[in-house]
Design a protein around this ligand. Sequence first.
Ligand SMILES: C[S@@+](CC[C@H](N)C(=O)[O-])C[C@H]1O[C@@H](n2cnc3c(N)ncnc32)[C@H](O)[C@@H]1O
Length: 209
Amino acid sequence: MVLPEANAAYADQGYWEQRYADESGQTFDWFKSYADVQAVLDAAIGGKDRRLLNLGCGNSALAADLARAGYTAVHNIDYADSVIRDMQARHSDLPALTWETKDIFAITADAAYRERFDVALDKGTIDALVAAASKEDPWNPPQATVDRMYDYMAQIRYLLKIGGRFVHITFAQPHFRRRFCEAPGFGPVTVTELGEGWTYYLYTAERIA
Ligand SMILES: C[S@@+](CC[C@H](N)C(=O)[O-])C[C@H]1O[C@@H](n2cnc3c(N)ncnc32)[C@H](O)[C@@H]1O
């Protein structure tokens, strides 16, 4: 695995493109695998027939694990074209999975995405996006980071049906992440702690307007 010299690289499209080109054929799951969180994630998604969008899919096994568990429609996007081509080729035996090279911040410009999904899944993708601010004070993130987070949630709001859910797995503690999930158009946020030792979190928020 190619680790960046500085965390800020996790917010750089070029870093991911090169990393996945170098890791072609490999699988890596950030934070948690599906097996680790199956019961709580299944409950958060709310049904195997839900239409899912996997945001920043990377080379995680999550999509394939969901398909093998019976989920019928998982669309996977990432802005690194190298990983989308690799994952598409490796999972041609799983018709529940579709793959597309796409920047999350281009979603509101694409009418095909409007209210298309029941659930938007994010495992570690926001964490990569905000990495550029990792040298800043986490208690008072720079305005550019705050603006980017709310832009991100506006993309999620656009692609979800009313009543659809944002489901987010992260290392970020509620003090730092909850306020961003409580974005315009979303209802109350629920937080579930995952695992023992180092704690990860699962956030859910429903699109209500
Ligand atoms: C920390 S990795 C998480 C990968 C995977 N979700 C997992 O759980 O293992 C972050 C992923 O988000 C992708 N990503 C970051 N910013 C993105 C954006 N603006 N649009 C699409 N994908 C993005 C990266 O290419 C990378 O694959």
